[in-house]
Design a protein around this ligand. Structure first.
Ligand code: HEC
Ligand code: HEC
Length: 250
């Protein structure tokens, strides 16, 4: 019974990733959401940071990494605390004296206007904790590496890597959805296989696999080229699956 419950909880968790609804944060304050709401009007939040000639404030990545460089503390934990305390104060009471910004940049951007009344100190603390943990040079290198890895792939493969197909068809294969090799076997020898598979992805799929009672949503917006690439790759799983069942999408 317990394992059945666990499985259905896992199902829900995986299904939650399929729609556009965001998973609700269980924490009281969601630093990322708050940063989007309260800071992104002036500070770009992207990592790697986006900069432009017309920007009104330095990107939050740049701000955070510079502050980490400049705030000297005996241990990393103390630095995180110092960073959070600094932001909680600065965002409400900014001043030239407190600013770590170099004089040239300070002149360029002007002093940050106080956000008093627009954000509470607790909210700033949540934003600061999120920024401290998120904006990190090692993390940025990992993000860039992942972007380069994706950029080197054909567009259809990027879809398989970045959409949620894997959660059902690879991780949940046989439990949540048919595996790609199973789909390939079903269509083996069917002259219209490509067309049918593409239609199932584009328009969604329902009732074709009675064992899996949940229908699959439609993936509108995929281009014919992407659909064709994915369908061809799925069909190839038939040949490669028995030899290499663990092969996912590489
Ligand atoms: C109206 C535009 C605006 C908004 C909104 C804004 N900032 Fe800023 N911020 C700036 C500008 C301009 C600077 C650069 C000048 C400076 O350092 O004061 C800056 C600088 C900073 C700095 C660097 C402090 C230093 O040492 O100089 C931090 C940290 C910061 N902002 C955090 C935040 C956070 C967190 C929020 C959201 C709660 C936020 N800002 C919202 C305009 C803004
Ligand atoms: C929420 C889980 C889930 C996700 C995410 C998902 N699928 Fe499915 N998929 C299913 C289920 C369940 C079926 C079987 C539906 C049915 O009975 O027709 C299915 C069926 C299919 C089929 C076969 C349909 C047929 O004609 O027999 C293909 C192909 C397919 N999915 C591809 C994809 C691709 C590509 C993605 C990502 C873009 C994806 N799926 C994402 C659950 C999922």
């Amino acid at each position: 019974m317990k394992s059945a419950f666990y499985l259905s909880a896992l199902t829900l968790l995986l299904l939650a990733g399929c729609g556009s609804t965001q998973q609700k944060s269980t924490r009281h304050y969601d630093g990322e959401a708050l940063a989007k709401q309260k800071c992104s009007r002036c500070h770009n939040l992207d990592m790697p940071p986006k900069t432009s000639d017309k920007e009104i404030a330095p990107p939050l990545y740049t701000v955070t990494v510079h502050l980490k460089d400049w705030m000297k503390t005996p241990t990393p934990d103390l630095q995180r605390q110092k960073f959070i305390d600094f932001l909680a104060d600065y965002v409400i009471h900014p001043s030239r004296e407190k600013s770590y910004c170099d004089p040239k940049s300070l002149k360029l951007y002007g002093l940050m206007p106080s956000q008093k009344g627009k954000v509470t100190p607790d909210e700033v603390r949540a934003i600061a904790a999120w920024a401290y943990d998120t904006y990190d040079q090692m993390k940025m290198l990992a993000v860039m590496k992942e972007r380069n890895r994706l950029a080197a792939m054909p567009p259809w493969k990027q879809v398989l890597e970045t959409r949620d197909c894997r959660s059902c068809h690879i991780i949940g294969a046989g439990k949540l959805a048919p595996s790609f090799p199973q789909i390939a076997r079903k269509y083996a020898g069917d002259p219209d296989a490509l067309k049918k598979i593409e239609a199932s992805i584009l328009h969604g799929s329902k009732g074709k696999w009675p064992r899996f009672k949940v229908p699959m949503r439609a993936y509108k917006g995929l281009t014919p080229k992407q659909l064709d690439g994915i369908a061809r790759w799925i069909l190839e799983r038939n040949a490669s699956s028995s030899a290499n069942a663990a092969d996912t999408s590489r």
